[in-house]
Structures are given as structure tokens and as C-alpha cells.
Design a protein around this ligand. Structure first.
Ligand SMILES: [Zn+2]
Length: 266
């Protein structure tokens, strides 16, 4: 039977407050059998691990500081993340990277924080969960120095150009796709990208509560939470990939699940 793995959900986001049990149950009923909770700050990463430990072999987590949060980093941050990474439930370093779209943290602080994450991943030898938005050129320039020693890496929620996707693939990176690919107005170019990227380099994610897929039927949306994405909607991301590539959704489920298990060792 087919199943799906969501490589990125922000379950500690306040939109899921008091709703976690129910959200996980919905996901399991939608055959989303495993989920990786994204850590976006030291505190958020600690909280993600605490939740993951309550659902062994179903939930996992990452430990990192989102570029938006780079300004919150202090001298103890990386040490705290390193402690979290000792746990078997914490399967990746991140999310980390550069975000020049909104610049919520100054760019020099983002870079410093990102470099420390790259060094941390090399030290603990766990995969990297990367975030890059409107920062491709600088992101590759920073990353290049570390490439020879770098563990496996996935660029999550990819929304860039085909040329950028090609560069990532050439450097051995995987790409994570979200419901953004179903947004044919804002992200029409992603159809071409999805067609190009080999299935064995693709993983899927909801990035919930963000990035609600456009192809979720209105009737499936939760009352009072009509704009909130949840891991139960992951199969809609797989459906978009299947239709772009002209393959079955079963194939997408099978292959992305295999990629994810191999990549994160879960
Ligand atoms: Zn991100």
C-alpha cells in the first residue's frame, strides 16, 4: 500500500496550538505515515524534539535556526543544537540558510549563522535541511567552500528557476517540493522544474501551516482554518508531481518515500 512522508512541517507553529494530536491523526488517516518537524530556532528545535519523542517512529525532527531567526543566535546556540542532534529522533541539521526575500535578520548575521550550521553538519555528519529564498548566488558562494566535506543536503520548499535547480542537482543536492507547485499563477515556472528533476532527487513536504496546495478541494479544508495547511494534504503535492511528469501518484509515493528513508535514515 502506498504511503507518504512529509519532510517538513512546522508543528510548533501557533496555528497548531492545542491541535497536534488531531493533526497527526488526520495525517495518518491520509496515509502520511511519517513526518519530520522543522526546527527553526533553538527553542523551536527543543520543542519539536519533545513532540517527536511522544510519537516514536512516526515523528522525527530537525535542529536549526531559520535565517529569519539568525538575529536570535548567541554564543550558546550551536552548542544547544549539537546537544539535540545526539538524539536519534533528530535526523537533520536545519532548517538553515539564507533568506534575502524578507531580510528579517541582517544578511551578515544570516551568513554567519548559516556557516556555523554547515560546520555543525560536517561535525555531526547528519544531513542538511536547507532554506534559500531570493539568495541563490550568495547561498552557493557560501556553500561551495564546504561542499567537499558536506553530508547529504536537501533544499526544501524549492521555488527557484530551472537553472538554479540544475546547479543544485549538479552539486548532489535533493529538492523538496511543496504545494507551491500547484500555484500556477505565482509559480507557473515550477511545472518545468518538476518535469526536469529526476524522481530519485525529489522529496515532498507540506511546510504546514504554510503553502496550502491549490488543488485541495474546498470541502476538505477545516472550518475556521481555511488557509491552514496540514500534513494530511501532502498527497495533493504528490498528485501535482504525478500530473506534471505524466506518471501515477503511486509511483510518486513509492519513490519519494524511498528517497526520504534513505536520505534521513528513518
Ligand atoms: Zn524554509
Amino acid at each position: 500500500m502506498k504511503n507518504y512522508i512529509d519532510i517538513g512541517i512546522n508543528l510548533t507553529n501557533r496555528q497548531f496550538h492545542n491541535d497536534i494530536e488531531h493533526i497527526i491523526q488526520n495525517a495518518l488517516e491520509a496515509t502520511v505515515t511519517q513526518m519530520i518537524l522543522t526546527g527553526t530556532s533553538v527553542k523551536g528545535s527543543e520543542e519539536a524534539l519533545r513532540i517527536a519523542k511522544e510519537y516514536p517512529t512516526v515523528l522525527y525532527s530537525t535542529a536549526g535556526i531559520h535565517p529569519h531567526d539568525a538575529k536570535s543566535r548567541d554564543n550558546q546556540s550551536i552548542g544547544k543544537l549539537k546537544k539535540l542532534l545526539v538524539n536519534k529522533e533528530v535526523v537533520a541539521v536545519g532548517e538553515c540558510g539564507l533568506d534575502f526575500d524578507r531580510d528579517f535578520s541582517p544578511r551578515d548575521q544570516q551568513e554567519k549563522c548559516y556557516k556555523e550550521h554547515l560546520e555543525l553538519a560536517i561535525e555531526v555528519q547528519k544531513p542538511l535541511f536547507l532554506h534559500e529564498r531570493a539568495a541563490f548566488t550568495r547561498f552557493m558562494a557560501v556553500t561551495k567552500d564546504y561542499l567537499p566535506q558536506l553530508p547529504k543536503a536537501v533544499v526544501h520548499c524549492f521555488t527557484g528557476t530551472l537553472a538554479e535547480a540544475k546547479t543544485y542537482l549538479n552539486n548532489g543536492f535533493y529538492l523538496g517540493f511543496t504545494g507551491a507547485i500547484s500555484d500556477t499563477k505565482r509559480f507557473a515556472h515550477l511545472e518545468e522544474v518538476v518535469k526536469y528533476v529526476p524522481l530519485d532527487k525529489i522529496m515532498i513536504e507540506t511546510d504546514a501551516p504554510f503553502m496550502l496546495p491549490k488543488n485541495v478541494p474546498k470541502a476538505n479544508l477545516v472550518k475556521y482554518h481555511e488557509r491552514r495547511n496540514e500534513p494530511a494534504f501532502l498527497p495533493y503535492v504528490a498528485q501535482s508531481i504525478a500530473s506534471f511528469k505524466g506518471i501515477t501518484v503511486e509511483t510518486v509515493a513509492l519513490e519519494t518515500t524511498k528517497n526520504t528513508k534513505d536520505f534521513f535514515g528513518i
